[in-house]
Ligand binder design. Structure first.
Ligand code: UDP
Length: 330
């Protein structure tokens, strides 16, 4: 199969490109490189530098490369920034996705796998969260993902577009080879920040709140390893092209949570010295628990995550950051 991976030069995209190649598929990446890195791609993956806001560019890529399916990762992803610059987020994530959908149905009507997020649920009391939980995103970022999901449903109903939507929980870790990993310009994720603190790039870790109604008082999150998540995309795209799935939405997570303290303890164990830490006030908008009900993807696509041990997950992130303390710049 040949897969067009839109936004394939980013963190999750580049790991998915690798897993697609390992599964024997050809890959073409369409990316504007606004936050992705060409260095994260294997030489066998063709790179088309283009922007989804340029309708003609994505259409031309579909016509020129004749892919069998599309995986769509291209989006701005920072929750805080989305609240300060909503127009940029609606334009880039919603209009960009609309352009892609329109280009697909006008050219090849091939299946689409879409990168969505647990942020579409917002704060919910459901533990774990099933796919049919109410969706009340609390950020513009979450709204743009929900709006894109709605557009995909509409294109499915009106034009028969086959799709799988994957709603990610807390994506983390890096390829065990240590050569690609998380490399966002703005750092906010717990494991990445802890690794950079261990490398001396930051003074200490702040634990945002230890008075939550959880066993150790810190927030619980469902940490899914990026390579397992990449494999979920491979399973989804294969099911769509084979025709065993036409329209499905799946949570992707391990199905259980780790606390902030457990994550930091795992980082200490992997690094071999305690990472300086301090309890700080709660961060606005953090729900106490976000854990996936991941039964559906296991049952329907045979998703079987390999990285279930927290220390092993952290180990992969640590290897990447240790070898590339300045991301792809070194
Ligand atoms: N967190 C923390 N200190 C940090 C970064 C994150 O205590 O420096 C906590 C955060 O409050 C949340 C969890 O770690 O409970 C995961 O946060 P992250 O930003 O990695 O992902 P999110 O769950 O917000 O998508």
């Amino acid at each position: 199969m040949k897969i067009l991976v839109v936004g394939g030069a980013g963190y999750i995209g580049s790991h998915t490109v690798r897993q697609l190649r390992r599964a024997g598929h050809d890959v073409v990446v369409f990316d504007n490189l606004s936050s992705g890195h060409a260095a994260a791609l294997p030489p066998e993956a063709a790179l088309v530098r283009g922007d989804l806001l340029d309708e003609g560019a994505v259409k031309a890529a579909l016509v020129a490369h004749q892919p069998d399916a599309v995986i769509h990762f291209a989006a701005l992803i920072e929750v805080g920034e989305s609240m300060r610059a909503p127009a940029r987020y609606y334009r880039n994530n919603v209009v960009g996705s609309l352009n892609l959908l329109q280009a697909i149905v006008e050219t090849r009507k091939i299946p689409l796998v879409f990168s969505s997020t647990a942020a579409v649920y917002g704060t919910t009391d459901a533990v774990p969260i099933p796919e049919d939980a109410p969706m009340q995103p609390e950020s513009v970022y979450g709204e743009t993902k929900l709006m894109t999901e709605c557009m995909i449903h509409a294109f499915h109903t009106a034009q028969g577009l086959p799709y799988v939507v994957l709603r990610y929980f807390n994506v983390c870790g890096a390829a065990p080879e240590g050569d690609i990993g998380e490399a966002h310009a703005s750092k906010s994720h717990l494991i990445e920040l802890a690794a950079l603190t261990a490398l001396g790039q930051r003074e200490k870790m702040l634990i945002f709140g230890d008075d939550y109604p959880t066993p150790d008082g810190t927030c619980l999150r469902d940490y899914v390893h990026v390579q397992d998540l990449a494999d979920a995309h491979v399973l989804a795209v294969e099911a769509l092209v084979k025709g065993t799935q036409q329209a499905a939405t799946y949570n992707v997570g391990l199905g259980h949570g780790f606390s902030v303290k457990e994550v930091l303890d795992a980082v200490d164990a992997v690094v071999g010295t305690p990472v300086p830490r301090e309890v700080a006030p709660r961060r606005a908008g953090d729900p106490p628990r976000l854990v996936a009900d991941a039964a559906r993807i296991r049952q329907e696509l045979g998703f079987a995550p390999q990285f279930t041990d927290l220390q092993e997950i952290v180990q992969t992130a640590w290897e990447w950051h240790k070898r590339h303390p300045h991301d792809f710049r070194k």
